[in-house]
Design a protein. Structure first.
Lengths: 485, 165, 545
């Protein structure tokens, strides 16, 4: 039997190959490093990420498909790939110190982080539902392990188990949805799905609706939209802080990248149907996330609920759709990643071994004992709350512009009111830091150049995107265009 | 009427019957063994649908792998293996509602038919076809799956290995 | 048009923040140095701003000292600053009061001096930006930036008892209003863009478009008007949105109260006269009765509440509610006297209430209480200079002829009377009540026997403290005796606004035939991505600025 191999276009997946290769090299080098000297692995993985980013630059030229149209090299996927590489790099920068302090500095951490990054990149590039699913699983499986990386701590185990169970559940929904979509359209290729639906196929096919509905449920779990958010606070709280940062910033962006490709691109003809569902989800997600966040005393839990709320804002933009809505999502995810990673960097910085200082009262008086980290934290909090001149403000401005433009005034009003509510709990952090007297003296904080670098990058990015967002907005617009046809 | 129909009913009855025992049985070991039977039934259905590859995979993975794992788990956690395990809880109503709703949705979808689905049912043996597709169109997912397994392997090691200090 | 060919407005705006940056590099132990840097930079800003009235051309209603640079071209956002006769005096008021605020904090603030001055200077930049920005996006950013330092000033250096509550209440109230305004801004942005094909946040461009109006409450123009109204009314604050004000004013440190009452509240009234009136003329007329009713309620209610206050600071806070009611009443008389009086009264109120808070601050620094009963009576015997200055400030506040308050209130009353004598009569009631509570306050603290032992040892004002009040007192007399330099410079701009209100839609670009089809069919933003040039093709007759 003759097998004609398709042209294997390795050039199209160079960044992914580099990331995978680095992960494998790390696993090998890890064997030769003593137990307490794992820091070179962090630099090795940073190098890999930078190389992968460099390798992705030449791909920006002409949009094309590769591997029989199962992956797409368009500005959309490249924008997200770069975002994921940035998130991974920042995560590594904030990790080393933390891992050493908590005595869980193992080489596999970096390898798994890179595997997760690979999964995210495939989620952004995948043009075929099979690729998307495998990307998602690569991401998820790495994260299950990373969430449980602090084996000695019960919370971390709980987090890993919960994430595994609910993640598997979500994967089940996704797979079921993919199967239905396949049943309805006869293909798993998103381009062919789009063509199939675009040429006037009957859009009332119940299989299509069930498929789309199950996909919404599956992705809803992954990005933690209400009512599929139950796992998020526990998992985010229990996981090692650096992993939580990675999950909050990275997983959300990755899941949204795939979600956007499926819904804005392939299922665009069904928009009237799914946007109604997402309208409801957006309102529920924003409102519940913000309202419940008010009651949180643990900063990781608070940021977890805040991340739920932010997923709601992004859904507003998905509902609004169009160039403005689409590009605002891209912009928002970048801004969101920067401010969250920054905030978690400060959380890590202020922690001590065994006592992570995660409760809000632990932040009392931090503004005067540690002025610079506190200033950074205040910037991130104001950014998360959407106060100018920060990236968070530009993101929200952009999202609500899209909603107003598309005529979703009600949604925009609910959104901005929610952002007012959210100010309450973000402000509370600054209240604690600046307006409360410090508690009894605690030990000094230990910083590292890597952590400081991550903080500087995050602060700089947050302010840069808030003051001079022009070029990035244009890039986001250019990146969303391929999806809108 | 071909022979297929009675065979189908037979296999379906086995599957559903075994599945009912899995859900309702009070002895967890019996449940696990019934699961094997149910998986076999499904494998039989695959064969009826000309999907020998799936049938083989079903037997290999579900019967050979997953059920054995389940039995190991039951053996190692002896407390749960005794009879009289509670099988219903207070969320019965809700889950029945959801399961029933999904059931009727699926029935409805099937009833309406799938006008769009125009997949050619392969006439020749499908194992080589799948093999070829895996090595051509789906070579990338195939390779990604190997990375996925590696990640899972590393993860399992991390979580399972003993601390040396 | 920029007569100076020099970005003087940016210089005025950013000098304070430059000072803040300098302070950031100083050691936090060097209190004196920090204070001097803050003083130098805020004074420099004031001095530079003094040039503005000299080079100001009072014969034109166009924006002057204009700076326009592209910023976020993709969204049609530009860095667009400029002032006219309406904002001119508010800018000067801001620079002056901020310099005074630094001075009055000299001894009052002893903890966290560095952070305090950084916030104060950022605050100044934000407020100046609000009065100068002619791009909605820029305006909104400055508008929100003001919140953050003010929030910290109240929350960190405020009165310990309720400062957190007051700070958060202030922040949430004003933020609530401004996000709704943001939606209003977006609505007109997209409407204008849909009509003309040019997406821009340029205030002057957006003013040229007629926004659809019908007498129905929920017509487009009315809704947007209400969105702006909510934000500005909270800031002013108008009745019934005033509840944040007594808390914030009372709990803030002296400088915070001065800035809050003196400048921050003017941001609201400025917003009305700058945006609501000329941009939505029909709606502004539509809501006249509504606005006047709220203003009159504020005047009477604010004054009545003052009569029963036992806390000096709270009393002055409520007097602001009453006085700002005057400002709003004059504005919505919609005639030249009313609006001019309204703008002048903004400045007057900034000066006199700012001075009143300084007066209270001085006694609070000495006695650490704000309760009238606890302060006791007869202070004039112990502190004659203080009592004299207090008297002048008080008389200015109640509108004694010869002082500034009289001119503003008189113009407002004339304006109101020309429209409806009932309005004017209500306002007069407010003036009488105002005189009552101020005189009562003065009499209870300054006159009478000097009984309390604590008061026996009180020191009169030192030179620095006098220096904080003297400039203000000079302004009282200047405006009170010779107001024409002030009125002359705002006259043309005010008339221009009134003209815009008068003409309404007739003076604006009606939805063109060409533009209508663009707006109806385009779902995407074809032009948003092209850099928008300053001139608009959809609006004929655009003057090149």
């Amino acid at each position: 039997m003759e097998i004609t191999l398709p042209p294997v276009d390795l050039g199209a997946i160079t960044p992914e190959l580099i990331v995978t290769g680095t992960a494998l090299v790390i696993l090998l080098v890890d064997l030769f490093l003593p137990r307490d000297r794992k820091t070179p692995l962090a630099y090795l993985s940073l190098l890999g990420l930078v190389l992968a980013f460099a390798a992705s630059l030449p791909l920006w030229g002409r949009a094309r498909y590769a591997f029989k149209e199962s992956i797409s090299l368009d500005p959309f996927s490249l924008f997200f790939s770069s975002l994921f590489l940035l998130i991974a790099a920042l995560t590594i920068l904030i990790s080393t110190n933390y891992l050493e302090r908590e005595e869980i500095h193992r080489g596999e951490y970096y390898a798994l982080l890179l595997f997760a990054t690979l999964g995210m990149m495939l989620l952004a590039k995948g043009m075929d539902l099979v690729v998307l699913f495998l990307g998602l699983e690569t991401l998820s499986i790495s994260l299950y392990t990373l969430a449980g990386f602090m084996r000695a701590r019960l919370r971390s185990n709980e987090s890993a188990l919960k994430y595994l169970l609910l993640g598997a559940f979500a994967s089940g929904f996704l797979l079921y949805g993919i199967a239905f979509l396949y049943g309805a359209t006869g293909t798993t290729n998103l381009k062919k799905v789009a063509v199939f639906l675009g040429k006037g196929a009957p859009l009332s096919d119940p299989f299509l609706f069930i498929g789309a509905g199950l996909l919404i449920v599956g992705f809803g779990f992954k990005v933690a939209t209400v009512p599929f958010h139950m796992w998020a606070p526990d998992v985010y709280e229990g996981a090692p802080t650096s992993v939580t940062a990675f999950m909050i910033a990275g997983t959300k962006a990755a899941a949204f990248s795939a979600f956007l490709r499926i819904f804005l691109y392939s299922l665009a003809p069904l928009k009237p149907n799914w946007s109604a569902v997402l309208w409801v989800l957006a309102v529920l997600t924003m409102t519940l996330g913000n309202v419940v966040a008010i009651a949180q005393q643990n900063i990781k839990r608070m940021l977890a609920y805040s991340s739920i709320a932010h997923a709601g804002y992004i859904l507003v933009a998905v509902v609004a759709g169009g160039e403005l809505g689409g590009s605002s999502i891209l912009f928002y995810l970048l801004a969101y990643a920067l401010m969250n990673l920054g905030a978690f960097a400060v959380v890590i910085l202020l922690g001590q071994k065994g006592e992570e200082n995660l409760n809000l009262p632990d932040y009392a008086g931090v503004g005067y004992r540690h002025p610079l980290p506190a200033l950074a934290m205040a910037i991130f909090m104001f950014s998360l709350a959407g106060i100018p001149p920060t990236a968070g403000f530009m993101g929200k401005f952009y999202v609500f512009s899209a909603a107003v433009k598309a005529g979703y005034i009600g949604l925009a009003i609910i959104g901005v009111l929610n952002s007012v509510v959210s100010v309450f709990f973000y402000l509370r952090v600054t209240v604690m830091m600046y307006m409360r007297e410090p508690r009894a003296e605690v030990g000094p904080i230990y910083t590292s150049p890597a952590l400081a670098a991550a903080l500087v990058i995050a602060v700089w990015g947050t302010l840069q995107l808030g003051l001079f967002p022009g070029r990035l907005l244009e890039l986001a617009l250019r990146s969303i265009r391929p999806l809108l046809g | 009427m071909s022979i297929e129909l009675p065979v189908f009913y037979f296999l379906a009855a086995i599957t559903i019957g075994a599945a009912l025992i899995v859900v309702l049985g009070r002895n967890i070991v019996h449940c696990a063994f019934s699961l094997v039977l149910a998986f076999f039934g499904v494998a039989g259905l695959y064969v009826l649908l000309d999907a020998e590859f799936l049938a083989a995979v079903q037997v290999l993975i579900y019967v050979g792998g997953i059920t054995i794992l389940l039995l190991f788990a039951i053996m190692l956690t002896s407390r749960a293996s005794g009879p009289g395990v509670r099988i219903l809880n207070e969320q019965l109503g809700l889950s029945a509602l959801i399961a029933g709703g999904l059931f009727f949705l699926l029935i409805y979808a099937l009833w309406k038919g799938i006008p769009a689905l125009a997949i050619k049912v392969p006439t020749q043996a499908n194992v080589p076809t799948i093999g070829r597709v895996l090595m051509t169109s789906y070579v990338l997912p195939f390779e990604v799956a190997s990375v996925l397994l590696l990640a899972a392997l590393v993860g399992a090691l991390i979580l399972a290995r003993k601390e040396k200090d | 048009m920029n007569v100076l060919n020099f970005p003087i407005l940016s210089l005025v705006t950013y000098l304070p923040i430059l000072g803040a940056i300098v302070i950031l590099f100083l050691s936090k132990e060097r209190h004196e140095a920090i204070r001097w840097v803050a003083m130098v930079f805020s004074t420099a800003s004031f001095v530079v701003s003094l040039w503005l009235p000299f080079y100001f051309d009072s014969t034109t209603a166009e924006m002057q000292f204009v700076e326009k640079l592209p910023w976020i071209q993709y969204l049609g956002v530009s860095y667009f600053m400029g002032i006219d006769g309406i904002s001119l005096w508010l800018v000067l008021l801001t620079t002056m009061l901020c310099a005074i605020s630094v001075l009055c904090s000299w001894e009052a603030i002893t903890e966290r001096v560095k952070e305090y001055h950084v916030f104060l200077l950022i605050l100044e930049t934000g407020m100046l930006g609000v009065f100068m920005a002619l791009d909605f996006f820029l305006f909104y950013i400055f508008w929100e930036v003001v919140l953050v330092p003010m929030y910290f000033l109240i929350g960190v250096w405020g009165h310990p008892a309720r400062k957190l509550y007051a700070a958060i209440k202030f922040f949430l109230f004003t933020l609530f209003g401004s996000v709704i305004m943001l939606l209003g801004i977006l609505a007109i942005y997209f409407y204008h863009g849909g009509q003309t094909g040019v997406y821009t946040f340029d205030v002057l461009e957006l003013m040229k478009t007629a926004y659809p109006y019908s007498s129905a409450l929920l017509s487009f123009q009315n809704l947007v008007w209400l969105a702006f109204f909510l934000s500005f009314a909270i800031k002013v604050p108008m009745f019934p949105f005033h509840t944040w004000l007594p808390d914030a004013h009372t709990e803030a440190p002296t400088a915070g109260s001065v800035i809050l009452a003196g400048i921050l509240l003017k941001m609201g009234t400025y917003g009305f006269v700058r945006f609501n009136l000329p941009m939505f003329p029909e709606s502004s007329k539509h809501f006249v009765t509504f606005m006047v009713t709220l203003s009159i309620i504020a005047i009477i209610y604010g004054a009545m509440v003052c009569l029963v206050q036992r806390d000096m600071k709270r009393l002055i806070a409520f007097s602001s509610v009453s006085h700002m009611g005057f400002v709003m009443l004059g504005m919505f008389a919609l005639n030249a006297q009313g609006v001019q009086g309204s703008i002048l009264q903004m400045v007057n109120h900034g000066l006199s209430t700012g001075a009143l808070f300084l007066i209270v601050g001085l006694i609070y620094d000495r006695r650490h209480t704000r309760m009238i009963a606890e302060i006791g009576s007869g202070l004039s015997k112990q502190m004659p200079v203080y009592a004299t200055l207090f008297a002048i400030v008080m008389l200015s506040s109640i509108g004694l002829p010869g002082l500034n308050g009289f001119i503003g209130e008189f113009l407002i009353l004339v304006g109101a009377f020309k429209v409806n004598y009932i309005w004017a009569s209500f306002a007069v009631t407010g003036i009488i009540l105002g005189a009552a509570y101020m005189l009562w306050l003065f009499q209870r603290t300054m006159f009478g026997p000097l009984e309390k032992p604590e008061n026996m040892k009180l020191l009169d004002l030192n030179a620095r403290e006098i220096a904080t009040l003297v400039p203000i007192v000079i302004m009282f007399f200047w405006i009170g005796l010779y107001p024409s330099p002030f009125l002359k410079r705002m006259e043309v701009s005010v008339n221009h606004v009134l003209e815009q209100v008068e003409k309404g839609q007739a003076g604006k670009v009606n939805p063109g035939t060409k533009a209508a089809s663009v707006g109806a069919t385009e779902r995407h933003l074809p032009s948003i991505i092209q850099p928008t040039s300053g001139t608009s093709e959809g609006a004929p007759g655009v003057r090149e600025r």
